[in-house]
Design a protein around this ligand. Structure first.
Ligand code: UP5
Ligand code: MG
Length: 196
């Protein structure tokens, strides 16, 4: 790790692959700071800011919000958490080449992206989990139609980003099918957070 720069792990995977769940566990046990791009966008929408309506439309359609908005929210959240000597999990970003380009422009020199944790499971399992959560979540995109759109955006735009980090030797792929605790153990060993 480069001295003085915060270390970033991007956590990617399809909708319902378990990004938020596993990030929560990584925070609890390994002291990462977790920033979910989706949560930050939902907060910004709920704040009623000038971008609120636009953000809501993109989320409802499962489309990717313009990178300037997301990157700015991430940067502000990183600053608010204390910049130096931190290890951040950035969950659900970058989702496209445009996201990655926007990030590199603003953050390329100031952080060190060490890892892309890729949670991979089947479309059926992702859909099943989200439709179950839909019973209680109140998320505007937790319904069958929006899930289909989210999955297609993921396949089209996000998979190439995961591949890009794979080519750089930074992608750590974990099968996120099965029990939460088992997946977490695999993440811990794959990311070398514990001895094997
Ligand atoms: N669950 C989790 N793990 C389980 C397991 N092993 N077994 C059984 N159940 C499990 O999990 C989803 C549900 O499954 C939960 O109910 C959980 O209990 C259960 P979760 O951990 O929440 O999965 P996660 O991958 O975080 O799913 P999420 O729905 O958050 O993924 P998305 O990537 O779709 O959502 P996100 O919030 O990141 O983005 C939403 C939208 O915001 C995007 O579609 C997009 O429009 C917009 N966005 C941008 O435009 N740009 C960004 O950079 C980020 C988001
Ligand atoms: Mg999430």
């Amino acid at each position: 790790m480069e001295v003085g720069k915060p270390e970033v792990t991007f956590v990617l995977g399809g909708p319902g692959s378990g990004k938020g769940t596993q990030c929560g566990k990584l925070v609890e046990k390994h002291g990462f700071i977790h920033l979910s791009a989706g949560d930050l966008l939902r907060e910004e929408r709920n704040s009623g800011s000038k971008d609120a309506e636009l953000i809501n439309e993109y989320i409802k359609e499962g489309k990717i919000v313009p990178v300037e908005i997301t990157c700015n929210l991430l940067k502000k959240a990183m600053e608010a958490n204390g910049w130096d000597k931190s290890r951040f999990l950035i969950d659900g970003f970058p989702r496209s080449q445009d996201n990655l380009d926007g990030w590199n422009e603003v953050m390329g020199d100031v952080v060190n992206v060490s890892t892309c944790l890729y949670l991979n499971t089947s479309e059926d399992i992702m859909t099943e989990r989200i439709l179950k959560r839909a019973e209680t979540s109140g998320r505007v995109d937790d319904n069958e139609e929006a899930v289909k759109k989210r999955l297609s955006t993921y396949l089209e735009s996000t998979i190439p980003i995961i591949k890009h980090f794979e080519e750089l030797g930074k992608t750590v792929e974990v099968d996120s099918t099965g029990e939460i605790e088992d997946i977490f153990s695999t993440i811990e060993t794959s990311m070398k957070l514990v001895e094997e």
